[in-house]
Design a binder for this molecule. Sequence first.
Ligand SMILES: Cc1cc2nc3c(=O)[nH]c(=O)nc-3n(C[C@H](O)[C@H](O)[C@H](O)COP(=O)(O)OP(=O)(O)OC[C@H]3O[C@@H](n4cnc5c(N)ncnc54)[C@H](O)[C@@H]3O)c2cc1C
Length: 401
Amino acid sequence: MDSNPLKLSTDCVIAGGGPAGLMLGLLLARAGVDVVVLEKHDDFLRDFRGDTIHPSTQDALAELGLLDEFLRLPHTDMSRVTLRYRGEDVVLADFSRLPTRRKAIAFMPQHHFLDLLARASAEEPRHRLLRGTRVNGLILDGDRVVGVRAEGPQGPVEVRSRLVVACDGRDSDVRREAGLVPHRSRNAMDVLWFRLPREADEHLPFFHAGDGGLIAIDRGDFYQVAHIIRAGTWQPSAPALDELRARVTRLAPAFGERLTALGVDDVKLLRVRIERLRRWHRDGLLCIGDAAHAMSPAGGVGVNLAIQDAIAAANLLAPALLRGRPTPAALARVQRRRAFPAAAIQALQTAMQRPMVLSRRSSDTMPLALRVLRRAAPLRHLLGRLIGVGLRPEHVRSPRR
Ligand SMILES: Cc1cc2nc3c(=O)[nH]c(=O)nc-3n(C[C@H](O)[C@H](O)[C@H](O)COP(=O)(O)OP(=O)(O)OC[C@H]3O[C@@H](n4cnc5c(N)ncnc54)[C@H](O)[C@@H]3O)c2cc1C
């Protein structure tokens, strides 16, 4: 190990190679901006991550010339979201009338999607991705952020830059180092994740609701199951597992026997957080994606909002970065453009989780929101649009290769 830091200089250093960081790096590099992306892991092979690629993100891939390659990767398409409530099916969201190239959500393990962005970035001469390199501090000039310190496989690294962008997710180290503290909303739910075997040619509804909620993502030979529970109620133990098995069997009787092999250690808890920075930036530094606004998993919108933030940031900041250091006013413009879509979707997630997911242990009556959706097709299309495209969709302006 070398204790003399490796010193690099670039136009923009990005902390985190998730959806936001990789997309921003690719777009800036294509616009001619020199970029260094620092990712703490060696690869993208992590299991519990969002794997929904929405129609608006697929449009962005088409604008980048990457959609055909994306569609050759293993994925399953979903053109409407169906919920089963006590044996009755209700269409929650319909994507068939979206104004997008593809009218379906693609489910794809996130590492395939990130590998695709990393491969495209590797073709850009102005792009460097340093894997296994964890950002652990900021370099300051007075109050201004002028770079980051990190620890890489060969020892310490220092990267000086005109701009630092924090894309390091909901537990952002960079945000903490910058003294930016997110505001947290009251959250009613947590999610338990586990896998259950899938039988060949089996087609179960995506969403089951009743006593809690359950989402079953078809991954070929298994289902990635997300069981929604009241916040703070999961304590891993044998009795809790028995109760979990009973609840899941009530929600989705088809899973009954498959649950016997499930152990306590197979169940992973995701503590859902809905939080948002009041101010996404300080001089020399900008936060986007989950680092600026951690979303609830409801609607599977986190990846797509992160991508939209990255596109907006690249469109608004690439010209400034080519000239020099972006001003605080330029960074504020990114927040002004993207804060509303994140806040509005978070408000919808907060409003929906109680009536639709954490409902009714005793009553057999379908919640009002579901009864309305069952009758009103325009509402299903509206929800499809909110989920599949979101508010204020962004379009790639970086030149296509
Ligand atoms: C269990 C689970 C399921 C989810 N399901 C969905 C879903 O189905 N659909 C959906 O759209 N969203 C889903 N989400 C949310 C979604 O994953 C996030 O909203 C999205 O990934 C945010 O992208 P991001 O790039 O902002 O951050 P992240 O994806 O969190 O990426 C941050 C990156 O930064 C790296 N990093 C962190 N700290 C450092 C550091 N100090 N130095 C260098 N690198 C660092 C991390 O390794 C990571 O690669 C889910 C989230 C979880 C946890």
